[in-house]
Design a protein around this ligand. Structure first.
Ligand SMILES: Nc1ncnc2c1ncn2[C@@H]1O[C@H](COP(=O)(O)OP(=O)(O)O)[C@@H](O)[C@H]1O
Ligand SMILES: [Mg+2]
Length: 354
């Protein structure tokens, strides 16, 4: 067990880092956040903040030497940065999970090999492969960048032949995949956690609604058959074990024709797990800190029904009205600038469990 008073390094200073640092502080740890942007949300809640680029090796060395363990709240950290940090201090979850989740092609190959179903997919590195993939997969389909995508960014939905022609003319970028559009009835996610002893705990799956590719609400419990809930939890556990994973992992799933189809995995705390802050005794942030610190895992049991709503862009202007609801737990990220669709905070609304 990492001794109380130890320092946890967090790569990335966004809202996930902020909430991780609060959970760490509750367990008596200090956090050192490393983030290229000035005044990040996690800076306000952490003992130490380093503002430096991921390519600043002097700053990285100082950071790595000042902490007892490193984790991250953001997946797209350059691998050279991670190599360098790893030569000084351990990173959890380890590189294997990151390597897979940073690249949509590796991710889909990994899931398929595990025997899990994904959307049909093909790699697209040039126009010929693109046309060929559209022929094989058909439309509607989604063309996605293999790396660096988040919140629906780096994706184009393809619905007709004109679009295929248009993209064929302008298409320059390699490193894409084409995915068949899954005709889903619901999107759910499982927030799961595993520690170094191989203990696993999963929170109840939540039902997710997206707006323009960005999560808008998560509702717990998901209104799906009991058997699917069990299947989703077993599926997440299979992924954790296959990766010999340490920390919290988010697994995004589609339900289509009564079956589970894996969309993607996120090797970190996840937006669709924010409801656990008020629905459970131990939330996803504390579970993550416990797992990476070698603590026993907490109990993932849920005590309330919860609806989590993201406050996107100007939604934050409604905070005063929301605050009049005595069962609405408000979580704001302290971001100075509001932009359309930007995650500014979230609100967990609690209802008795029936
Ligand atoms: N193959 C697909 N079929 C149907 N919907 C999809 C597919 N891929 C993505 N989507 C929709 O777009 C959202 C964002 O895509 P996702 O692959 O999860 O990327 P991100 O990394 O941006 O979260 C998904 O939650 C889902 O609503
Ligand atoms: Mg996603």
């Amino acid at each position: 067990m990492l001794p109380i008073g130890s320092t946890i390094g967090i790569l990335g200073g966004g809202q996930l880092g902020r909430m991780l640092s609060v959970a760490a502080a509750q367990l008596g740890f200090k956090c050192h956040v490393y983030e290229p942007e000035k005044n990040p949300p996690a800076g306000e809640t952490s003992a130490i903040l380093t503002t430096a680029l991921y390519t600043d090796y002097t700053a990285l060395e100082k950071f790595a030497k000042s902490v007892d363990v490193v984790t991250f709240e953001f997946e797209n950290i350059p691998s050279k940065t991670l190599d360098y940090i790893e030569s000084i201090v351990e990173i959890f979850p380890d590189r294997k999970a990151l390597k897979i989740s940073q690249d949509r092609l590796f991710e889909k190959n990994f899931l398929t090999k595990l025997g899990l179903e994904t959307a049909p997919y093909l790699k697209v590195d040039d126009v010929t492969e693109f046309k060929d993939a559209v022929k094989k997969i058909g439309t509607p389909a989604i063309l996605k960048t293999r790396t660096m995508g988040y919140d629906g960014k780096g994706q184009v939905k393809i619905t007709n032949e004109d679009q295929v022609k248009q993209i064929s003319k302008t298409f320059k970028t390699s490193n894409h995949i084409l995915e068949g559009l899954v005709d889903f009835t619901k999107e759910i996610s499982v927030i799961s956690v595993r520690n170094s002893k191989g203990e696993i705990s999963c929170f109840d799956p939540g039902e997710n609604l997206h707006e323009n590719g960005v999560l808008k609400t998560t509702t717990i419990p998901a209104q799906i058959p009991r058997a699917l809930i069990t299947d989703a939890i077993l599926l997440a556990s299979k992924i954790l074990t296959a990766l010999d994973y340490i920390g919290v992992l988010g697994v995004e799933l589609f339900i289509s024709k009564g079956k589970l189809i894996v969309n993607e995995i996120a090797p970190r705390v996840h937006n669709s797990g924010h409801w656990t802050q008020n629905g459970c005794v131990i939330d996803q942030f504390e579970q993550h800190i416990r797992a990476i610190s070698g603590w026993p895992l907490g109990d993932g049991v849920r005590y309330m029904n919860v609806t989590m709503e993201n406050l996107l862009g100007n939604d934050i202007l409604n905070t005063e009205i929301i605050s009049q609801d005595a069962r609405a737990a408000i979580h704001l990220y302290g971001k100075k600038e509001t932009r359309p669709g930007r995650k500014m905070g979230h609100v967990n609304r609690l209802f008795p469990k029936n």
